[in-house]
Design a protein around this ligand. Sequence first.
Ligand code: NOJ
Ligand code: CA
Length: 543
Amino acid sequence: MSRRLATMRTSTEQQVAAHPSLSPWWRSAVVYQVYLRSFADSNGDGIGDLAGLRSRLPYLSWLGVDALWINPHYPSGGADGGYDIADYRAVDPDYGDVADLEALVADARRLGLKVVLDVVPNHTSDQHPWFQAALADPEAPEASRYHFAPASEEPPNNWRSLFGGPAWSRTPDGRWYLHLFAPEQPDLNWRDPAVAADFEKTLRFWLDRGVSGFRVDVAYGLFKDAELRDNPGTYSPTLFGHGPEQAMTWNQPEVHDVWRRWREITDEYPDTMIVGEVCLADPQEVALYSRPDEMHQSFCFRLLKSGWDTEAFADGVRSALDAFGSVGAPVSWVLGNHDKDRQVTRFGGGALGTARARAAALLMLSLPGSAYLYAGDELGLPQAVVPDEAKTDPIFFRSGGARAGRDGCRIPMPWNDTAGVGFSPDGAADPWLPIPADWSGYAVSAQTRDGGSMLTLYRRALALRAAHPALGSGEARVETAGDVLTVHCAGDDETVRCVVNMGTETVLVRTTGTVLLASSTSVRQSAGSIALPPNTAAWISED
Ligand code: NOJ
Ligand code: CA
């Protein structure tokens, strides 16, 4: 960072501290993640699209979110839900065209919503013209934009694909090429300057069209050990992310320079931001990606990966607040996304899982920082059982069926209680993933009318979060007593306590404060105390 920029930033930070209203929007934004293919289908081909999403923007505005992040909308080889991009400066015809995206951004802006796009710099599709050129001619300049190794019996090292199997596959002429995900997703070589130059063009292409920033896929990737040394260990699915056992494939020091450059670019566009997907075991390492001259935010996945356990949640919140606080970045909380089983199912399924998901939503929405909501979590959708023959996720196929894959959290949204749940217009083709028979029971139309629904809870919570700066923008202190987790959120004029009972007995919370919102009608207030049954939460204003 230049000295002038450093001085400017310091003075901006001082102004923000003195006038919280000047705080950039993304520091405490509620961002709604739209799984585009499953959100709303406008033309009846069974695939969600940009025009469908545009028609549902009033819903997002009514719900009360600040921004939407759209999963990849680019032309793609279709091998990994759009995360295999064939053209970074275009829209997949399944979803519309660039004019549709511009119209979406314009409509969103009129409704006060910002649009954040997904960008995938670690790998392209094998259909990308660069990879095709590199396959056709090993001497082509495009070949050095990927990781190729000469033909040999064994792959160059022991690196494994995160989707299962080796991270190396062979080209038809016998060379090896690296893919840390599916074989259809060859990894880019970021040591070739042509790669960085092309991504800068991509960022500007979309920023010039009015988008408010990017969610960066695999932001802890990009560079790999230059000598291709073996990793010292194997991936353990029980870790929160990658640790020393994958030291050669992830989190190489050079990657931070990419984020410094991307920050300079977004700094040219007012009010834009970058949020990175950084799956590393150590929260301190994750936070380093959000130092003042790097990405604005990086996701905190600890709550997403924690079971219903007081200490796990408390540690997840504390460690994130400490780590991100130490670099001056807000925490970006995540409880659900398109890669993980739905919360209701993770937390036990049925009424129990739903009660816990309601309580967890209140916890997340109380915490200082930004909150990322995954489409359908506001409806309490469970993880759907997808028949094997309908599955599309490479994780299912590459694990030989041992891992169920992620299709079950990507089912089309239920909008109403008609047979097709209002996802597509009448008479449309079958939806791209089968919709379970009971899906209309979760429909937006029914939940809007139901004062006790998950949707109503989310809408109330978002309205209260907007009205009470202690929620989402306060100073948080975490406390546990047995199975009760309390977050004290201190604002300038008010302290709101979020109390979550993660145990099996009703607890009495002593307070003379006011319950702003409870996750269940079974939470009862009487003189001087509140009775909080198991698996419930309440927001209590202590003013
Ligand atoms: C993370 C994305 O969230 C996931 O859906 C994708 O499969 C991988 N990155 C590879 O791009
Ligand atoms: Ca469509």
